[in-house]
Design a protein around this ligand. Sequence first.
Ligand code: IMP
Length: 203
Amino acid sequence: MKKKIDNEEIVIASHNKGKVSEIKDLLKNYDLKILSSSDLGIEEPEENGSSFEENAIIKSSVTSALSKTVSLSDDSGLCVNALGGQPGIYSARWAGPDKDFLYAAEKIHENLLEKGADDYSAYFICVLAVSWPDGDHKVFKGRVDGTLSFPPRGDNGFGYDPIFTPLGYTHTFGEMEPEFKHSISHRNHAFNLFSKELLIEKQ
Ligand code: IMP
């Protein structure tokens, strides 16, 4: 079994400010020095895997090899049931080079209207991958189910948050307080599995 990650440096393999801030919040009760790829000037590698798991491992292993420290990556996305799971691993790419998520949300809406879909159910997936400089890695997966609604609502969060309402709630992720969203998100579910196996809480 891999030894616990405690009292050491860990690099979050991402340049996405929203993601990095959510992961930092999740890691606040642990004795770790947290840096991101942006802090170290490490480029994000090309995500050419065919699944969330493959892409997460590509990001954490490349970052760990370059930084020579433990690296944590997150590959996540929104899967829309009526669209056969799209945008899925292409969630970031649907927003185009300008990372315009209002445009991406509109594209999803148009696709649903074109199909005449009445099923607006969707889910977010998050795969966290941890890589060690010796080449070893582990993955943890979380999911949250919900419904899409248009137009987008709320200015909090990032990405597709303003169109996603988790099951059992009436507010979109974009309308929720960030701490609350973090406590019920797909990232939190994956993070719980990761922390249970590999982290030690501060005393
Ligand atoms: P990647 O993991 O860097 O390929 O990007 C995942 C993309 O999925 C993000 O850019 C967001 O568009 C979307 N996404 C993942 N998690 C969330 C979330 O918690 N809220 C909103 N959008 C998300």
